[in-house]
Design a protein around this ligand. Structure first.
Ligand SMILES: [Zn+2]
Ligand SMILES: [Zn+2]
Length: 418
């Protein structure tokens, strides 16, 4: 095993020399102005793709895994990246020889530090718990789509001590349990009768190792929690409750592979100040699956005589026009169905040439408001119109119920808006 490891390291050094000329940015599929985050993201993707555990016996993948590791090593450190950008591979080699940032690293160590764990995949590997985070998203963001970022307090492997917990990097075998992590305790049950119980070592907490000088940053805990940004892409029409997984991005720990971070999108109640700087009416739509609902208030006069318009400003700023012509009555509670003005219907492939975005319906429900205070003369006038009409036609329960079969009033009494 030891021999194999040494041979591997030799091989890595050799491969490093041969392929050293390939551009580090190209290896990671990045441009020269890549951000720190893009470098991390590229390494996360490619190191997993080419990991020898996932490509058993594949020599090309193994070489790629080493290249990706080298490239990440060089570009993830600001100091060595600057040297590389300026002087290339040769400059970086000299820089390292002069003691600037380590030598050639074992790619499995690099992988290990990045993801936490033993540098390998596999079922024998311990795995941390998945982390679930709910992120509130406004309705306009679900409608328009958005790329955003949030932070959470993630556990990370302490960089100061590289996850050893020791200020000087020195970790010793626990003298209390001789490195086993457990101790056998004998209880005497009766004279000559003993029970042996295996207990976790209280000196080292079961690790089998002890630290003399604790790391000042993590206090020997080997991990620290700190606010960590996560980028989030909300696609148009995604559902309230959509879960977006981030592989191996839950809490990290040197002893195990991090679990997945699962982000759940949660519909947020509209906030007048924060979410609606453009005064869009659509912010107050209610969503039901792919459809939207809106309640529009009409005066008695509008409901009865028609001849009105409304402009609803949708969530992307376009206007939906509502209205009736003169003489068109609207019953209280009537619902208009407006096709194509609902939510964009989410599609796995996103918007593409193969797929055009379709939309659900917008349902507009009309609420008719009767005036609770009325000018006295208007009240008199109105009543006289009703009385005159009633005298002419007699008492008709159907008509008095207010359920018209045809327009009831023909003369307009336009004293004021009702
Ligand atoms: Zn111990
Ligand atoms: Zn530390």
């Amino acid at each position: 095993m030891l021999f194999a490891r040494a041979a591997l390291l030799l091989l890595i050094a050799f491969v490093g020399l041969v392929v050293g000329a390939e551009d580090f940015y190209k290896i990671l599929g990045l441009k020269k102005d890549a951000t720190e985050k893009q470098i991390k993201s590229a390494y996360r993707k490619l190191s997993k793709k080419f990991h020898p555990d996932k490509n058993p016996g594949d020599e090309t993948a193994r070489v790629k895994f080493i290249e990706v590791s080298d490239a990440y090593e060089a570009l993830s450190d600001a100091d060595s990246r600057r040297v590389y950008d300026q002087y290339g591979h040769e400059g970086l080699k000299q820089h390292k020889q002069q003691g600037g940032g380590g030598g050639h690293h074992d790619p499995f160590d690099v992988f290990n530090r990045f993801f936490g764990g033993g540098g390998h995949f596999g079922q024998q590997q311990r795995r941390g718990q998945d982390a679930h985070i709910k992120v509130p998203i406004s309705l306009p963001d679900f409608y328009n789509g958005r790329t955003t970022e949030f932070q959470w307090n993630k556990q990370q492997v302490c960089e100061h001590c590289s996850g050893t917990g020791a200020a000087d990097g020195k970790v010793e075998t626990c003298s209390s349990c001789q490195g086993h992590g457990v101790k056998i305790v004998r209880h005497q049950l009766a004279p000559g009768m003993f029970q042996q119980v295996q207990m976790q070592c209280d000196q080292c907490g079961g690790r089998g190792k002890s630290i003399k000088h604790k790391c000042p940053v993590c206090a020997g805990q080997r991990v620290i929690r700190k606010p960590t940004p996560v980028s989030l892409v909300i696609e148009r029409g995604m559902d309230d409750g959509t879960k977006i997984p981030y592989e191996n991005e839950a809490d990290a720990h040197p002893d195990y592979v991090a679990g997945d971070l699962v982000v759940e999108l949660m519909l947020k109640e509209p906030d007048l100040e924060e979410d609606n700087p453009d005064h869009l009416d659509g912010v107050f739509f209610r969503r039901k699956d792919n459809d939207l609902h809106w309640r529009e208030v009409l005066s008695l006069r509008e409901a009865l005589f028609g001849d009105w318009t409304r402009n609803l400003t949708h969530m992307d700023g376009h206007v939906v026009r509502l209205g009736r012509k003169e003489g068109e009555i609207i019953q209280p509670g009537h619902v208009d169905t407006i096709p194509g003005e609902g939510m964009p219907i989410w599609h796995e492939d996103g918007d593409s040439v193969y797929h055009k975005t379709e939309f659900g319906n917008l349902y507009v429900e009309y609420v008719v408001v009767l005036p609770d205070q009325m000018d006295n003369s208007l009240k008199k006038d109105l009543k006289s119109v009703f009385d005159k009409y009633r005298k002419k036609h007699g008492v008709d329960l159907q008509k008095d119920s207010g359920r018209p079969e045809k327009p009831v009033m023909h003369q307009g009494h336009e004293h004021e808006e009702l």
